[in-house]
Design a protein around this ligand. Structure first.
Ligand code: FE2
Length: 381
């Protein structure tokens, strides 16, 4: 199986980190969303987001109770799963949370050993190790619970040559695949309840050997009305980055509280996907009908005073409403979609890193004001 979702990093730095990595993870294997109608969602991921349908399971492949569509774009793999029955774990998940991310699957060399290590360090089991086999080889899966109803499936696939995993058949779409240049998962953000942030940071540190990368307090992330706090944890090789947000006290209801109200608890807030050419990617996504958060034109009046020289033309950024921020290592360009399902919960971030390793702190205020305008329209501010 090809290598998926490995972000570039310097070899020397990786070697040094690997020596002390107590929970080796190669990268993101896939993300699985439970949705109400996987067939139609799969079309949105293809037509709007530029993914290609590569595999499928359902009644035609011997699976009676659900369907799953596997979509791929470069190193990003998304599985969309829907229940065929009114009373199943998947159906109950969708009834409670709406469409949402169920699985953040991590690619490991030894799923069984990773699973038992995690349990020994305090993780709760979602399911014990199991080996799936077909004519293309075998995949070992095991899973542990994280925040809310979200789980981490540990995927061992070194002995598998098929398109995704046993139980799935290769599937092509009549829709012509047209990549928009999304490359790999840069980070996945969780929203947790008030008081939950430190608990889950400690979970990733204690159970999975992650390191605390950055802390943002309510002074960093607040507007006139709302605030939140965030800590970012990262795994040994740095390929996996999980920012964890919790609401902070503000005059009005924060976007995190709105998420928790609609998702009915903690869950994945956004999936950041990287591109090498954000102007091209966002131009195509806009042409495909993807909705983005709007940041007012005055954002661009003084942005270059803040970030200094950038390679891109500021007029192009303004036209596409792309944001820019700088840290000590370089700069980054980013933009956020509006929620991609009916409930104001999960959304995507498109990010291009030009050296910067941070998350766009300089844009937080403009972004949160943009989200507040959306909240006001929904009557949830
Ligand atoms: Fe982000």
């Amino acid at each position: 199986m090809e290598v998926l979702t490995k972000a570039p990093a310097s070899t020397e730095a990786s070697a040094a980190k690997l020596a002390t990595d107590t929970f080796p993870i190669n990268g993101t294997d896939h993300l699985e969303l439970y949705v109400g109608n996987a067939k139609q969602s799969a079309m949105y991921y293809q037509a709007a987001l530029g993914f290609e349908l590569i595999a499928y399971c359902g009644p035609e492949t011997g699976v009676r109770d659900r369907v799953s569509y596997v979509l791929q774009q470069n190193k990003i793999r998304i599985v969309l799963t829907a229940s065929l029955q009114p009373d199943s774990e998947i159906a109950r998940h969708v009834a409670l949370h709406g469409d949402g991310v169920k699985v953040l699957a991590l690619w490991v060399d030894d799923a069984e050993s990773a699973y038992y290590t995690a349990l020994k360090r305090g993780a709760e089991s979602a399911f014990p190790p199991k080996t799936l086999r077909d004519e293309h080889g075998e995949v070992v899966l095991a899973a542990i619970k994280t925040y809310g109803d979200t789980i981490h499936t540990l995927v061992e696939r070194s002995h598998y040559k098929g398109v995704f995993m046993p139980g799935y058949e290769p599937r092509k779409s009549a829709y012509p695949a047209k990549s928009v240049g999304l490359k790999y998962v840069d980070h996945c953000v969780g929203n947790v309840e008030l008081g939950g942030m430190n608990k889950w940071v400690k979970f990733y540190q204690d159970v999975m050997g992650f390191k605390l990368l950055i802390t943002f307090d309510d002074k960093d992330i607040s507007t006139e009305y709302t605030a939140l706090m965030s800590k970012v944890v990262s795994n040994g090789n740095g390929y996996i980055k999980f920012p964890i947000n919790e609401p902070a006290k503000g005059l009005k209801k924060s976007q995190i509280e709105e998420y928790l109200d609609f998702y009915k608890g903690a869950g994945v807030q956004h999936i950041a996907v990287a591109t090498d050419n954000i102007l091209d990617t966002v131009g195509q996504l806009r042409a495909n009908g993807v909705d983005f958060l709007y940041v007012p034109e005055n954002y661009y009046e003084d942005v270059l005073d803040r970030v200094g020289h950038i390679d891109e033309n500021i007029e192009d950024l303004k036209r596409l409403n792309i944001l820019v921020d700088r840290d000590e290592d370089g700069y980054l360009l980013q933009i956020f979609t509006k929620p991609i399902q009916d409930r104001p919960t999960v959304f995507f971030e498109i990010i291009q890193r030009k050296g910067a390793k941070s998350f766009g702190k300089g844009n937080f205020k403009a972004l949160f004001e943009a989200i507040e305008r959306e909240q006001a329209l929904r009557g949830t501010l």
